[in-house]
Ligand binder design. Structure first.
Ligand SMILES: Nc1ncnc2c1ncn2[C@@H]1O[C@H](COP(=O)(O)OP(=O)(O)O)[C@@H](O)[C@H]1O
Ligand SMILES: [Mg+2]
Length: 401
C-alpha cells in the first residue's frame, strides 16, 4: 500500500455511527423510524413503551409481518432494505422507509435487541447488538411480529448524550411523533406508555374524524371544519382546520402529511398562513390537520435522511389548492352556521337590534370581507385560473362574481 495515502474507507460500524448523526437525532426520531417500519410491515397494532424520555428505554412492539432469521440478520446491515430494488423505485416510493439506514444507525449508538418472527415459522429470532456489534443470535418464541428494544441510547457517544434534553422535553417530542403516526394511520391501534403512565391507548378507528376525537377529545373535535377536494391534476387534499376563533399560541396542533408521511414543508406553511390571514390574531395559530396526496413520482422525499422534508414538482399549484380549499371551507362553515348576512339581519330585527346580534353581524361581515381579501390576494399572487371544482363553490359563497 502507498504509505503516503491518507484516505481510508470507514469501517461499517463507524459509517453507521456517522449516519446515525442524521437519522437518530433524538429519541423521538428513533420512535418515528421504528413506527414507520412497523407500518411498512403491515402492523394492525403498535405498542410503544418509553422510560425516562427514551434515554433509558424505547420499546416498539408490532404485529406486522415479522422477519425470517436471514432477513433479521440482514436488516441491521447498512443500506439493506426490502423496500426498493432499483433506481426506478426511488421515484415511486410508497413505503415510509427505503434507505435501509434506520436499524443499523440505531443499533450503532445503543444496546439494541430485535426479536422477530414471521408467519408459519416454527421459531423466532432474537438479535443482541451492542454499539453496532452483533453479540448473539438466539432462537425465541414464534408470535408473528417484531419487537425492538433500544437501551442506553448514545452510551458510546457522550457528546450526543450530553445534548439530550430533560426526560419530559424528550418525551414531549416522542408524544408528538406518536400522535402524528396515529393521525396518519387511523386504521392501526396504538398505545404509548411513559414509565408507569399510559399516555395513549387507541383502538383501530374507522375514520380520521374518529381518530382525532379519540386523541384530542370532543371539545377539540367540535371546533374543526372538515374538507376534501377531488383529484386536481393528480393532487388531492383533505383534512381539518379549526374555526378561526379556536386558536393557539404555538403550532403544536398543526400536522401536515404528504402521502401519509408527516412532513415539514415551507410552501404548505405559507398557504396555511395565507388562508387564515386577518382571520386570527397575529402570533396565534389555528388547528390544521392536512393530508396531501400526490402521485409518488410528483415529489422527492429523498432530500434528507430523516425524510421529513419533501419537495413538490409543482409547489405553486399545491400551495394554491391548499389556500383555496381552506378559505372555502371556513367560508362555507360561516354560511352554514345560521349566520349568513340575511339571516343575521332578520334575527337582529326580531331581537330589536340587540347588541349581541349587531356584534355578531359585524364579526360575520368582517370575516366574509377578510375571506374575500384572502381570495383576492391568492388571485393576484398566481396567474393560474381557479380550479374548476372550486369555482362553482366560490360563486355560491359569493366569493366570485
Ligand atoms: N418492524 C419490522 N417488521 C418487519 N420488518 C422490518 C421491521 N423493521 C425493519 N424491518 C426490515 O428491515 C429492513 C431495514 O429497516 P430500516 O433500517 O429501517 O430500513 P428501511 O425501512 O429504509 O428499509 C426493512 O427494509 C424491513 O425489511
Ligand atoms: Mg425504516
Amino acid at each position: 500500500m502507498d504509505r503516503t495515502s491518507k484516505i481510508r474507507v470507514m469501517p461499517d460500524s463507524l459509517a453507521s455511527q456517522v449516519a446515525a448523526g442524521e437519522v437518530v437525532e433524538s429519541p423521538s426520531s428513533i420512535v418515528k423510524e421504528l413506527i414507520e417500519n412497523s407500518i411498512d410491515a403491515g402492523a394492525k397494532n403498535i405498542n410503544i413503551i418509553i422510560e425516562r424520555g427514551g434515554k433509558f428505554l424505547i420499546k416498539v412492539i408490532d404485529d406486522g409481518s415479522g422477519m425470517s432469521r436471514e432477513d433479521a440478520i440482514l436488516s441491521i446491515e447498512r443500506h439493506a432494505t426490502s423496500k426498493i430494488k432499483s433506481k426506478n423505485d426511488l421515484h415511486n416510493i410508497s413505503t415510509f422507509g427505503f434507505r435501509g439506514e434506520a436499524l443499523p444507525s440505531i443499533a450503532s449508538v445503543s444496546n439494541f435487541k430485535l426479536t422477530t418472527s414471521s408467519k408459519n415459522n416454527p421459531v423466532g429470532t432474537e438479535l443482541l447488538i451492542k454499539g453496532g456489534k452483533l453479540i448473539a443470535v438466539n432462537e425465541c418464541g414464534s408470535k408473528t411480529g417484531t419487537q425492538i428494544e433500544v437501551r442506553a441510547l448514545f452510551y458510546n457517544i457522550p457528546a450526543r448524550k450530553k445534548f439530550l434534553k430533560s426526560d419530559s422535553a424528550e418525551f414531549s417530542k416522542i408524544e408528538r411523533a406518536v400522535i402524528a403516526a396515529c393521525l396518519s394511520a387511523p386504521h392501526i391501534g396504538f398505545s404509548l406508555h411513559h414509565g408507569t403512565k399510559c399516555v395513549l391507548n387507541l383502538g383501530q378507528a374507522t375514520s380520521y374524524k374518529n381518530r382525532i376525537l379519540d386523541v384530542f377529545g370532543s371539545e377539540f373535535s367540535e371546533k374543526l371544519i372538515e374538507f376534501s377536494t377531488d383529484d386536481v391534476d393528480g393532487i388531492k387534499i383533505k383534512g381539518f382546520v379549526s374555526n378561526p376563533d379556536y386558536n393557539f399560541t404555538t403550532r403544536k396542533h398543526q400536522y401536515v402529511f404528504i402521502n401519509s408521511r408527516a412532513v415539514k414543508n415551507s410552501s404548505v406553511s405559507i398557504s396555511i398562513r395565507d388562508a387564515f390571514k386577518g382571520l386570527i390574531e397575529k402570533g396565534m395559530n389555528p388547528v390544521v390537520i392536512l393530508f396531501i396526496n400526490v402521485k409518488p413520482n410528483q415529489i422527492d422525499v429523498n432530500i434528507h435522511p430523516s425524510k421529513e422534508e419533501v419537495k413538490f414538482d409543482n409547489s405553486n399549484k399545491v400551495q394554491r389548492l391548499i389556500s383555496e380549499t381552506i378559505i372555502s371551507s371556513i367560508s362555507s362553515d360561516l354560511k352554514s352556521n345560521n349566520n349568513s348576512p340575511d339571516e343575521l339581519a332578520d334575527l337582529s330585527k326580531s331581537k330589536n337590534e340587540s347588541d349581541e346580534f349587531v356584534e355578531l353581524k359585524q364579526i360575520h361581515d368582517k370575516s366574509v370581507q377578510l375571506i374575500q381579501n384572502n381570495m383576492l390576494d391568492l388571485e393576484l399572487s398566481t396567474s393560474q385560473e381557479i380550479e374548476p371544482s372550486l369555482e362553482k363553490e366560490f360563486k355560491v359563497l359569493g366569493l366570485l362574481r
